[in-house]
Design a protein around this ligand. Sequence first.
Ligand code: ADP
Ligand code: 5GP
Length: 194
Amino acid sequence: MSNQNPTSHRGKIFVLSAPSGTGKSSIISKIIDRPELRLRFSISATSRKPRGTEKHGVEYYFLTSEEFSERACRGEFVEWEEVYPGTCYGTLVSEIDRICDSGHNVIMDIDVKGALNVKKRFGDRAMTIFILPPSKEELERRLRGRATDSEETIAKRLAKADFELGFAPEFDHRVVNDTLEHAADEVAALIAGA
Ligand code: ADP
Ligand code: 5GP
């Protein structure tokens, strides 16, 4: 018999959120290939244009704003948010199915509101993990150190950080990214124990 609701069973969903620059991507890179965790990264769709060497289907599925809204209207997203004014990001149902059908668990890096919506939708099948910077000063240093953003973008991201940090208590777990090794091991332990 065919499975009528392919997203309802099988792989677990691990959701990482944090203010931009805290170190989500760095933590995910450290643990994504640990074989015992059986993780695959969920590639989101976005209406923003590719940056630098970004490719469709690698970092994101790049959609026009029209395509994004049409697919949202057709109910193709597990969740989506206008993360920055005029720019939408969302997790496609087909992406979760693709990963779970291959026998893997899903790891995703999405904004705080999206993360809480995934938790609402998937309940115990999802685990939300909030990554905290050791301090605001260190967050600012990391944003500048990454050297990928303009001053204006850095200022916007820092201004949003307080709002995002306010959601930390609503997550299943909180991990401080003090040293990358420690934070990655702590996240891996949470995943392994799920
Ligand atoms: P995010 O994905 O949350 O936006 P990144 O993983 O891109 O953040 O990290 C932002 C910057 O901080 C990068 O330059 C990264 O190398 C650096 N970084 C990440 N974790 C640490 C850490 N524990 N200590 C020092 N620098 C870090
Ligand atoms: P970027 O720097 O890639 O333009 O922006 C990434 C921001 O969008 C981060 O805050 C990231 O967590 C968020 N994001 C990426 N994909 C998704 C998604 O599928 N859904 C939601 N809600 N946020 C996402």
